[in-house]
Design a protein around this ligand. Structure first.
Ligand SMILES: Nc1nc2c(ncn2[C@@H]2O[C@H](COP(=O)(O)OP(=O)(O)OP(=O)(O)O)[C@@H](O)[C@H]2O)c(=O)[nH]1
Length: 222
C-alpha cells in the first residue's frame, strides 16, 4: 500500500463539514482560523469585512474530514451579511475573549442566531480565547463552563497566540459531528445539514452495483 502524497490527501476525504466561527469583534476569530490553517499567529489582524474562508483536511476518528470554515465579522454593521452565511452549517466555534466581559455577555445573542439561522442541531464549541492573557482575565473558567453546560455547548479555553487548544477545538467539534452521524442523530442527506460526502465515499458508492445515485453528488461538490 503506497503512502498518499499530501496533494492526494487534500483531494480525497470521507466527509466535508461546514463550520462557522462566530462571536464579538476582537475576540480573535480570524486569528484562531489562521492558527488552525497556517499553524502560526496572525500578526496585525484587522477587522474582518463580511466573511472570510479557510479549509483544512483533518483526520477525525479514522475518517478524513475536510473542514470548510467561514470566519464571520463580529462587528454589528456586518451582521446582516454574516447572517446570510449561517445556513447549513454543521458546526461552530462560538468565541469570546476571556479578558473582555462584554464579549462574554454577547454570547446569548450569538447562540440564538446560530441555532435559529444555521440549524437547531448545530454542534457548537464555546471558545474562551486569549487564554495567554491570564493577568487581564475578566471571565472565570468556571462561570463559562457553567454557561456552556446550561446551553449544551462544549467548552475550551484557547489561545490563538500560543496555539493552545486551537486544533483541539476544531477537532472536538468535528468528532462530535462524526459521532452524531454514526449514531444516526445527524443525517448527512438532509438538506442544509452542513455535511457532504467526500470523493472517497462517492468513489466507494460508484464501485457498488447501485452506482447511479452517486453521480449527481459527485458533480455538485460545492
Ligand atoms: N494575546 C492574544 N491576542 C489575541 C489572541 N487572538 C487574537 N488576539 C488579538 O486580538 C485582536 C483581534 O483579533 P482578530 O482575530 O482580528 O479578531 P476577530 O474576532 O476576527 O475580529 P472581527 O473580525 O472584527 O470580528 C488582534 O489584535 C489579535 O492580535 C490570543 O489568543 N491572544
Amino acid at each position: 500500500k503506497s503512502l498518499k502524497t499530501s496533494k492526494e490527501m487534500t483531494e480525497t476525504y470521507d466527509f466535508l463539514f461546514k463550520f462557522l466561527v462566530i462571536g464579538s469583534a476582537g475576540s480573535g476569530k480570524s486569528c484562531l482560523l489562521h492558527q488552525f490553517i497556517e499553524n502560526k499567529f496572525k500578526q496585525d489582524s484587522s477587522h474582518t469585512i463580511g466573511v472570510e474562508f479557510g479549509s483544512r483536511v483533518v483526520m477525525v476518528a479514522g475518517k478524513t474530514v475536510k473542514l470548510q470554515i467561514w470566519d464571520t465579522a463580529g462587528q454589528e454593521r456586518f451582521r446582516s451579511v454574516t447572517r446570510s452565511y449561517y445556513r447549513g452549517a454543521a458546526g461552530a466555534l462560538l468565541v469570546y475573549d476571556i479578558t473582555s466581559r462584554e464579549t462574554y455577555n454577547a454570547l446569548t445573542n450569538w447562540l440564538t442566531d446560530a441555532r435559529t439561522l444555521a440549524s437547531p442541531n448545530i454542534v457548537i464549541i464555546l471558545c474562551g480565547n486569549k487564554k495567554d492573557l491570564e493577568a487581564d482575565r475578566e471571565v472565570t473558567f468556571l462561570e463559562a463552563a457553567r454557561f456552556a453546560q446550561e446551553n449544551e455547548l462544549m467548552f475550551l479555553e484557547t489561545s490563538a497566540l500560543t496555539g493552545e487548544n486551537v486544533e483541539e477545538a476544531f477537532l472536538k467539534c468535528g468528532r462530535t459531528i462524526l459521532n452524531k452521524i454514526e449514531s444516526g442523530e445527524l443525517d448527512p442527506e438532509r438538506m442544509g445539514s452542513g455535511i457532504q460526502y467526500g470523493d472517497t465515499t462517492v468513489r466507494q458508492l460508484r464501485q457498488s452495483p447501485q452506482a447511479g445515485s452517486a453521480q449527481g453528488r459527485d458533480q455538485c461538490n460545492c
